[in-house]
Write a protein that binds this ligand. Sequence first.
Ligand SMILES: Nc1ncnc2c1ncn2[C@@H]1O[C@H](COP(=O)(O)OP(=O)(O)OP(=O)(O)O)[C@@H](O)[C@H]1O
Length: 666
Amino acid sequence: MIESTKVTELKGIGDKSGKLMASLGIETVRDLLFHYPRAYERFEDPVAIGDLEEGKIQTIKAYITGKVQSTRGKSVQITTTFFEDETGRLKAVWFRMPYMKNCLKRGEEIILRGYVAMRGNQLVMEQGKIYTPQEYEKLQGYLLPVYHTTKGLSNNLISKGIRQVIDGMTLREDSLPGEIRKKYSLCEINYALRGIHFPLNVEEYYQARKRLVFNEFLDFILSLKELKIEGEKWENEYPVCDFTESEELKKNLPFSLTNAQEKVWNEIKADLASQKPMSRLVQGDVGSGKTILAVLGLISVAAQGFQGAMMAPTEVLARQHYGSIVKLLEEYHLPYQVVLLTGSLTEAKKREAYERIEKREASIIIGTHALIQEKVIYDSLALVITDEQHRFGVKQRESFANKGKVPHILVMSATPIPRTLAIILYGDLDISVVDELPKNRLPIKNCVVGVNYRKTAYRFMMEEVKKGRQCYVICPMVEESEGMEAENVLDYAKTLKDAMGSDFSIDFLHGKMKQKEKDEKMEGFVENKTNILVSTTVIEVGIDVPNATVILIENAERFGLAQLHQLRGRVGRGEHQSYCIFMTPSKSSATKERLEILNNTNDGFKIASEDLRLRGPGDLFGIRQSGLLNFKLGDVFQDSDLLKMAKEVSETLELKSNITIDRGLL
Ligand SMILES: Nc1ncnc2c1ncn2[C@@H]1O[C@H](COP(=O)(O)OP(=O)(O)OP(=O)(O)O)[C@@H](O)[C@H]1O
């Protein structure tokens, strides 16, 4: 079996499953191999009912002592019964699983494993799986992979597919020299790949993860190192020396730049004019005003007769940037053409965009990853502004080059990583920090509340809307899902409409919608036609609607702290007092403690370090900081030791010989 083999050639994966896999970005055997588990099911020793803790998946061994009842709830079918051991009694609930009724017999002793939640004043186990004591004993000690999946595609099928890949593949050669592996106690690569999917025990999982996280970091550092080394060979073929137009625009903005913005702007200008092309990272907390710096850069290169491009991590954000730049240019009567290029454009629209780019009709190009497609030929691309979530190395820079002339690169980051870690990670870029918020900002007021506060929160939002302001509500899920009792966007928007009445315009947004629909909904919100937007985390990064003053985050316990901080950053972007309501049904003290960190500070750096302190470096099964830096497994905070290790190794490796290593793997 070779890596480019299509997944549909595997046993058990037909066209239908193949399509579902493709929707997750899995088309080849290689994609499947690198589709790492998002979590593991572990089968620990059963605990006594009296020792159960809320908010965790746990196992009990107990007798079924209650009557097994099946009822129709508000909208779903519910099965309930009670379990007892010598320490207490526990209610068990199953939603939408009517067949459970036939699997439960009063008087029987069984093992039940499920999520323990606090409902009312009692603990309840939800959606538990049942095992006989013999079945459970066989599973103990194992970690079963849980994959990110989609409706219609079972975890089991993904797992079976990967099993075939691992069993059928020829062993790959390890690109990391044996002595380095030995020195840093890193396991062999084939062992790691098997171990990340099917660890026989926790130790094996740790070993596998350690190696793969190390690889991710090493790859990242090597890419930037390579960029730096190559960069030294390049000349600045796109010198920009005249900043009259961008300075004029800066003077006429409705606000003056903060000192921090001013300092970074001067650094950018100096780079654009210098002998070598720019390779700079701009770091700044949410809402610190990084975008205007990018825009000033784009206008400077356009005024010089060159092209500038900005690559956003999501389509929603690309369109927002596009809209605001077009508006700005019109407002200030600047003559430059802007073009939008994203994956979801029709073929005809894409062709039109390619043509305008190639003929230099467009000086400013805004888009997503589609900007680095072979079909795009730039005429004189002088500046590329990219987001930290896009991997950026020599190859990407060269793909933007025309006749050997490479562009300036400016990377934007809102991840509040401590300077020491930033230097390790981005040490081969020049780093600028926007460490000051605009003066007109009032600190966001926060609160952490239980679901019984929901009605009050709604009333509060209605008051804000009456004042002309807007609100976001964030739910963790798009739609109702079996086995999860988290709020979902579709049902929530309906409930909210019922609760608030027709005077309020409420809409919803999620990542699974068609692009056109997403655009319309976002536009409705930007134009204040929508008062309240119920959304998933698609609005997490960059979305800028300064009139929005309230963000209510449902099931806040389900998000990582850094992610919550990013979400909160969607408000407090203008002159109005803003509010963030973290809502959680959880009564667990650990959850409360985590959320209290956010309640007490709006400073991203403090949050990141407190988060690390709470989770502790050993907690590798905890909530992942999704959405940040885009490492598949690595977490720069938690794995800072591995990051340092990778940095050390990157300095000893002979770059050229290793740069050809299996980069997708590294
Ligand atoms: N110096 C300033 N004074 C007042 N408002 C400003 C200033 N600089 C930027 N703004 C405004 O602040 C808001 C947030 O800025 P921007 O979108 O650039 O933040 P950001 O750093 O990109 O944040 P995020 O990381 O969340 O995307 C925007 O509405 C912008 O117009």
